[in-house]
Design a binder for this molecule. Structure first.
Ligand SMILES: [Zn+2]
Ligand SMILES: [Zn+2]
Length: 284
């Protein structure tokens, strides 16, 4: 199936968080839903397990998880995903990947996971700045900002970490490129500040160099934002530099498979991006 108004294929470069991670349903149920909705292809990109117990999330701690138990679940995720990839071969193109973190020790950790699991691709995402989570509560966001001396500095540190991640791991997809704006109501203006703007252009140039595509993450709309990640002003630069951008539903269960996808598709179409969606590097 494709979009009824535009005949554009439904795809997701960033999808399928399930009970193996912080999602609600089983991976089989989520994959079934992608197939039911007629997606052309989907990348399953579960979160990696934490580097150590220090990086367990609140809910994981409450559930009595450890880094080792999360690691075991992750290994199981990959084998179940590979089995589904085979099972659905004739109905839905599935890529098996994972989504990174960017906190102390992540480079070696991700390299080791990649070596073990040989993912079809990885989504390079930053959810921490200096090891403080920036996409959870406003309190933590403020704590992360205080640690570096203010919100502008927080943006700079976020984009510097992202730059390092892209250089070290060469992800095929950059997850929610401007997630750092999540708790900043003045983000539109802030993104125009030269110290931030320069970093964005630098990072997009690096995305271009490594052949990465941007995740147009429509889950932002689910969480109350007025536009997906990536914001309009950054999309303009991406388009200028020739960095592709492809929708990602970042689904966290059956209910969010494909949700808000049409908004993302028409936004990218309106902005002038290629809607004959390129696949992540190395995928076919
Ligand atoms: Zn993410
Ligand atoms: Zn995600």
């Amino acid at each position: 199936m494709s979009d009824p108004r535009t005949d554009i294929a439904h795809v997701s470069v960033h999808g399928g968080h399930t009970r193996f991670g912080d999602g609600e349903d089983s991976l089989a149920e989520v994959v079934h839903e992608y197939a039911r909705q007629g997606f052309a292809w989907v990348g399953l990109t579960e979160h990696i397990p934490p580097v150590s117990d220090d990086f367990l999330f609140h809910g994981e701690l409450e559930a009595g998880e450890t880094a080792a138990s999360r690691r075991a679940k992750f290994d199981e995720y990959v084998s179940v995903a590979r089995a589904l990839q085979k099972e659905y071969r004739d109905k839905l193109k599935i890529f098996v990947g994972f989504e990174t973190e960017c906190c102390t020790g992540y480079i070696e950790h991700v390299e080791e996971l990649s070596k073990q699991h040989e993912p079809d691709y990885i989504v390079g995402s930053v959810h921490h700045v200096n090891d403080v989570v920036i996409d959870w509560t406003t309190e933590l966001y403020a704590e992360a900002a205080a640690k570096v001396g203010g919100i502008v500095e927080l943006y700079c540190a976020y984009f510097d970490q992202q730059f390092e991640l892209m250089g070290a791991l060469k992800p095929a997809v950059i997850g929610h490129f401007d997630l750092i704006r999540m708790h900043d109501k003045d983000y539109v203006e802030r993104l125009q500040m030269p110290v931030i703007k320069d970093r964005i252009r630098r990072n997009l140039n690096r995305a271009k160099e490594i052949g990465a595509i941007l995740d147009l993450n429509v889950r932002a709309l689910e969480k109350g934002a007025s536009e997906p990640y990536v914001t309009g002003s950054i999309l303009e630069v991406a388009l200028e530099l020739g960095v592709p951008c492809v929708p990602g539903d970042d689904s966290h269960g059956v209910a969010t498979v494909g949700r808000h996808l049409e908004v993302g598709i028409s936004l990218l179409q309106g902005a002038g991006f290629d809607t004959d969606w390129p696949m992540p590097r190395g995928c076919s």
